[in-house]
Design a protein around this ligand. Structure first.
Ligand code: HEM
Length: 413
């Protein structure tokens, strides 16, 4: 028996979980933790009904992320799922779904905007945005936290980095959500159609800005991402107009969706652990490790995908070639084989080798920005509203890939 068949036999001898990624119960959206714990303990290589493999253990996921770093192209799977059109074009052209050398060529153009030192220059801007929002909230007893705080910081910042008007924030959020929803494992035909249409409108919107920069004299040092892409085109770098547009959609979406969810879900976790919320208000030294712990605990981007082109050996077994692999980093970050007391929010946790930003060549480009936003916003919130509490139950979106709050009402005093 070869290694692949041995692994499949070994797995079939285990008690397979009835977990169905394509038909999840309501309880999963409230809290996926018990589902992932069961999979990690009893069925760490779980074969989904569509033939894909779901991995939930930390060491398996880390191995796949590093080993298959350069194997993200989804051309075949996404053509089947989305059909031809702008949505397919986006999810096969942006660098997230490109392998080297194309991935590296595209990432190099936008990378200078996301280095630690470039992002650090935005600290005062972030502080001003946060202070302004907290001032606005201070006159009310109760607020809708996602709409009035969590979603507003990332979108303002990403519009700033792109040099597009702040008033376009709601449009960008709306189009972005429709482009991202179809990445979920189970998705309706209506959502796919909406995704195609939103991508088409997004392209149209971005081309107006790209053409504005094209018509202006060359900048010595590009001041925003769109002008940097235009500068690369002028220099004769290998970049097509489609690649320019899709890199913008990817970074715009990355820039607000996950960070909004980090701010909302972290605040929820802190309000459920008031001792930790108080710590954040009083101790500046806790902010660095505290943000890492929030990232681990809530893991805003919960699932990723890879496709094997060869046999891949992981600690739990062997993955056959040509397998669609779904990585559940949300589960890896709660694996008690790595983290002591993983379901406890412990802002002082060290070490904290979480996988919230991924690993390998696609490791999150915007991680310094997400860390800066959370590192400014969460402690300021705890200082300004130390008595903040939940007002009713939060409502979660039915989104498996991007764990997110639809709404969360909070009392401020
Ligand atoms: C808490 C916030 C965030 C989380 C949890 C997060 C998570 C991730 C993860 C897990 C990946 C790897 C995907 C993979 O390997 O398939 C990734 C990639 C990426 N992220 Fe983030 N992200 C966050 C914030 C941001 C921000 C603020 C931006 C941009 C402003 C951004 C832009 C990107 C881009 C462009 C990639 C693709 C990188 C590549 O393919 O080389 N992300 N992110």
């Amino acid at each position: 028996m070869n290694a692949v068949n041995e692994t499949k036999t070994a797995i079939s001898n285990r008690v397979e979980s009835s977990f169905d990624l394509f038909n999840l119960p309501d309880a999963y959206y409230e809290d996926p933790t018990p589902f992932f714990r069961d999979l990690r303990d009893n069925d760490p290589m779980h074969w989904n009904s569509d033939g894909s493999l779901l991995l939930t253990r930390y060491e398996d996921i880390k191995t796949v992320w590093r080993d298959l770093s350069g194997l993200v192209s989804r051309e075949e799977a996404y053509t089947k799922k989305f059909g031809q059109g702008p949505l397919l074009e986006h999810h096969t052209t942006s660098m997230l779904f490109r392998d080297p050398p194309d991935h590296d060529r595209l990432r190099d153009i936008v990378n200078p905007f996301f280095t630690q030192s470039s992002i650090e220059r935005l600290r005062t801007t972030v502080q001003d945005i946060v202070a302004g929002l907290l001032d606005e909230m201070a006159s009310k007893d109760e607020v809708e936290f996602v709409a009035e705080f969590a979603s507003r910081i990332p979108i303002q910042l990403i519009c700033n980095i792109f040099g597009v008007p702040q008033e376009d924030g709601p449009l960008i959020r709306d189009l972005g959500a429709q482009v991202l929803v179809p990445l979920n494992p189970a998705v309706s035909q209506e959502a796919i159609a909406a995704g195609h249409e939103a991508t088409r409108k997004f392209k149209e919107y971005l081309l107006v800005h790209i053409n504005t920069w094209r018509a202006l004299p060359a900048e010595d040092v590009p001041t925003n991402i769109i002008s940097a892409l235009v500068a690369a085109e002028r220099r004769g770098d290998a970049i097509s107009e489609n690649e320019m547009v899709h890199i913008c959609i990817l970074v715009l979406n990355g820039g607000h969706e996950t960070t909004t969810n980090l701010l909302g879900l972290s605040t929820l976790a802190l309000l459920r652990n008031p001792d930790q919320f108080a710590l954040l208000a009083g101790d500046p030294a806790i902010v660095g490790p505290g943000v890492e712990e929030c990232l681990r605990f809530v893991t805003p981007l919960q699932l990723q995908g890879r496709r094997t082109t060869r046999e891949v050996v992981i600690p739990s077994g062997v993955i056959p070639p040509n397998t669609e692999v779904i990585i559940a980093q949300a589960s890896a970050n709660r694996d008690d084989r790595i983290f002591i007391d993983p379901d406890k929010l412990d802002l002082a946790r060290r070490p904290n080798p979480h996988l919230a930003f991924g690993a390998g060549i696609h490791v999150c480009l915007g991680r310094p920005l997400a860390r800066l936003e959370a590192g400014v916003a969460l402690p300021e919130l705890a200082r300004r509203f130390p008595k903040m509490t939940l007002a009713g139950q939060p409502v979660f979106n039915r989104n498996t890939r991007f764990r997110s709050l639809q709404s969360m009402r909070v009392k401020l005093y």
